[in-house]
Design a protein around this ligand. Structure first.
Ligand code: IFM
Length: 448
């Protein structure tokens, strides 16, 4: 096979994680309760009743994990800050011990020559705010702004790269619409206020970060090109409707200052009742980058009579899938990056792939090695797809693999393994997989 094309000079390589999925120590040093701590305790929410009480114990083992990153040769590490570790009630009293964990983490990253990229919200809302309505309540956007100001004031001298929210679509849809994630609400389309209030919180937080001297402020969305199941008008309409909700709802307000056409949902996107004067201007606060999480495209067909949505998600035929059952289709990454570039034009800031990876479980061979060829093939194909998009004019500045470590995969518990590094969840021993060595060599080769 031809060598992987060289990405432009100055291209960044990294890995991504999130607080709740790796930290553990959920009851230590004054951390407050998050919606996920509450959710995992409800019977039947998480496969096999797994919890993230210990997760990868990164809270105590972060020096070892930073050493792994150093060996990998990455230059950017994307992590998230746990809001309830810093503001246990979500607002008001600041927990100095929580802040000092992130001080230690950031200082150790900088000492290892790594650039910290901090995400403020990766789904672990303080439970006390959920009790007040969570993201359905407008006030949560202002509490998020407060939290952003505390984090920026304390860490902003050393952390210059920030992401406000991770995947607000998934948080709205899985958490408030379908009840598969915390906080476990099943409001279907009545979850829309959770989109607006997250976006408003994003805009307020972006302003706070900017004021504190941040150099790179981004929002991260997941993107999944919508493929109609056939050329029929109804399947094409279903794909358009999905795209309006999944891409438009979380990109148009941020980059264009307006909501997309949501008429397929019986909603007037230009007159949403919870949008107040000035909100869209706040949401459209200029950004320095847009984070793109890419895993796979989505195939859509016309809805069945029972569907609450104007689309039905259907499987792709004859396509390899990951352990999660997600189709492996790297061309969707090229399509995502090129279509964002063409559709948003001058409104589009530089792009960063803030997550890409696959769940794949593998047992050690006789020598104790994890020969995860499937992951290597997946990552290699996606790096090629990214390079193809750059050739076609997409301005992409970095690529971060999800994830450094096998970790707590939300409702799937520890069943889905996304790590370049295997974690034994009994002993917490870390063992780099073959994909770790592959990624190290890729990065070294790109820098030569
Ligand atoms: O583990 C998640 C992450 O928290 C958000 N993006 C998708 C990943 C894989 O499901």
């Amino acid at each position: 096979m031809s060598p992987i094309p060289r990405l432009p000079d100055g291209f960044h390589w990294g890995v991504a994680t999130s607080a709740y999925q790796i930290e553990g120590a959920v009851r230590e040093d004054g951390r407050g309760t998050s919606i996920w701590d509450a959710f995992v305790e409800s019977p039947g929410t998480i496969r096999d009743g797994h919890t993230a009480d210990t997760a990868c114990d990164h809270y105590h083992r972060y020096p070892e994990d930073i050493d792994l990153m150093r060996r990998l040769g990455i230059d950017v590490y994307r992590f998230s800050i746990s809001w309830p570790r810093i503001l246990p009630s979500g607002s008001g009293a600041v927990n100095a011990s929580g802040l000092s964990f992130y001080d230690r983490l950031v200082d150790a990253l900088l000492a290892a020559g790594l650039t910290p990229m901090a995400t403020l919200f990766h789904w672990d809302l303080p439970q006390e705010l959920e009790a007040l309505g969570g993201w359905l309540d407008r006030d949560t956007a202002h509490r998020f702004g407060e939290y952003a100001a505390v984090a920026a004031e304390h860490l902003g001298d050393r952390v210059k790269h920030w992401i406000t929210l991770n995947e607000p679509f998934e948080h709205m849809a899985l958490g408030y619409g379908l009840g598969q994630h915390a906080p476990g609400r099943t409001l279907l389309l009545d979850s829309l206020p959770a989109a607006h209030h997250q976006l408003l919180g994003h805009g307020i937080a972006a302003g706070e970060l900017r004021d504190s001297g941040a150099e790179l402020v981004m929002l991260t969305n997941s993107y999944s090109p919508a493929a109609p199941a056939s050329g029929s008008e109804s399947d094409i309409a279903a794909a358009r409707a999905y795209e309006a909700l999944h891409r438009g709802l979380f990109t148009d307000p941020v980059l264009l200052g307006r909501y997309p056409d949501l008429s397929a949902y019986g909603v007037d996107g230009a007159a949403l009742p919870f949008v107040q004067e000035g909100d869209l201007a706040t949401i459209a606060t200029p950004l320095d980058g847009l984070g793109v999480n890419y895993y796979n495209p989505t195939r859509l067909a016309a809805p069945t009579a029972e569907s609450p949505f104007p689309f039905e998600i259907v499987e792709f035929a004859n396509v390899d899938t990951t352990d999660f059952g997600w189709p492996v289709m790297p061309s969707g990454l090229t399509e995502t990056l090129v279509s964002l570039t063409e559709d948003y034009r001058e409104a589009l800031p530089p792009l960063w792939i803030t997550e890409n990876g696959c769940s794949h479980r593998i047992e050690p061979d006789a020598d104790g090695n994890f020969a995860d060829r499937f992951r290597i093939d997946y990552l290699e194909a996606h790096v090629r797809a990214l390079a193809a998009a750059v050739d076609l004019g997409a301005d992409v500045r970095g690529y971060l693999v999800w994830s450094l470590l096998d970790n707590f995969e939300w409702a799937e518990g520890y069943h889905q393994r996304f790590g370049l590094v295997h974690v034994d969840f009994d002993t917490l021993e870390r063992t780099p997989k073959a994909s770790f060595d592959w990624y190290r060599e890729l990065i070294a080769g790109q820098r030569r």
